[in-house]
Ligand binder design. Structure first.
Ligand code: G3P
Ligand code: CA
Length: 251
């Protein structure tokens, strides 16, 4: 599988809005996603988990405690229970009434338009999440990279291998944990099922980036807060950056 075409140098570096434009709006909400689009981001990154009744939702934490007015693990709540929660008021009163989006809602609103980086978050806690994701994408024809501009990412390489089997054409990115050294052996493995490596900012040194790219894998770097760091990484030739602030480079 190839990554979506906007990665070519001529098209400029890719800016991915981390959890949406999460500097300006509550993370992983439709408000944050719409804002990312308005601000000219190339991709929206969002975290995907499953509810007790098997619906896929956009949520970063294992529980709803930090980002809603409710309590409990997403996997122990039904979608109906989750939809009643306010997912915006914790960020600012201006966003009261925002809901935790279903992945269907996100795909129906943005699929085929702005790119999406879908992160399978702790997928081992949600058996069958890869199949559910594959179903939602396939039903909408978004499993074809030329149409979908979607990348699936995860820290869990076992889950990514399952995605590759289910969706052979879907671009896949391995998320690297902070302080994890990426060895040549790792890269040889990643090449079997992935197209890109998403490095944490602190690990994104020029030789590492070059080494990964020379294996034919793309490199995006997360999570970038400052313009100086962003510009340095772009000089190093990264394929894109993930940031809470899509306006970081003054677009
Ligand atoms: O895209 C990388 C990043 O999203 C991984 O960290 O915790 O923000 O999901 P986290
Ligand atoms: Ca994420």
């Amino acid at each position: 599988a190839r990554l979506p075409d906007a990665r070519t140098p001529a098209a400029g570096p890719l800016i991915a809005a981390h959890r949406g434009a999460s500097k300006y709006a509550p993370e992983n909400t439709m408000a944050a996603f719409r804002l990312a689009e308005t601000m000219g981001a190339n991709f929206i990154e969002l975290d995907v988990r499953a509810t007790r009744d098997g619906r896929l939702i956009a949520l970063h934490d294992e529980t709803v405690d930090r980002t809603t007015d409710g309590k409990g693990r997403a996997g122990e709540l039904t979608f109906g229970e989750i939809r009643r929660l306010d997912a915006g008021g914790w960020f600012s009163p201006a966003f009261r009434g925002e809901r935790i989006p279903s992945l269907e809602e996100v795909l129906d609103r943005f699929g085929g338009g702005i790119g999406l980086i879908l992160e399978l978050k702790q997928p081992s806690a949600y058996p069958g999440i890869e199949q559910a994701l594959a179903r939602l994408l396939t039903e909408r024809g978004l499993d074809r990279p030329e149409r979908g501009r979607i990348i699936i990412q995860s820290f869990d390489t076992g889950s990514l291998r399952r995605v590759r089997e289910l969706l052979p054409n879907m671009p896949i990115a391995v998320l690297v944990r902070p302080r994890r050294r990426v060895t040549s052996r790792d890269l040889a493995e990643y090449r079997k099922f992935a197209d890109a490596v998403h490095l944490p900012g602190a690990s994104a040194r020029k030789p590492v980036i070059r080494r990964i790219q020379s294996c034919g894998l793309s490199v995006m770097v997360w999570n970038i807060h400052g313009e100086r760091q962003a510009r340095r990484l772009l000089r190093y030739g990264v394929d894109g950056i993930l940031t809470d602030d899509p306006l970081l480079l003054g677009r």
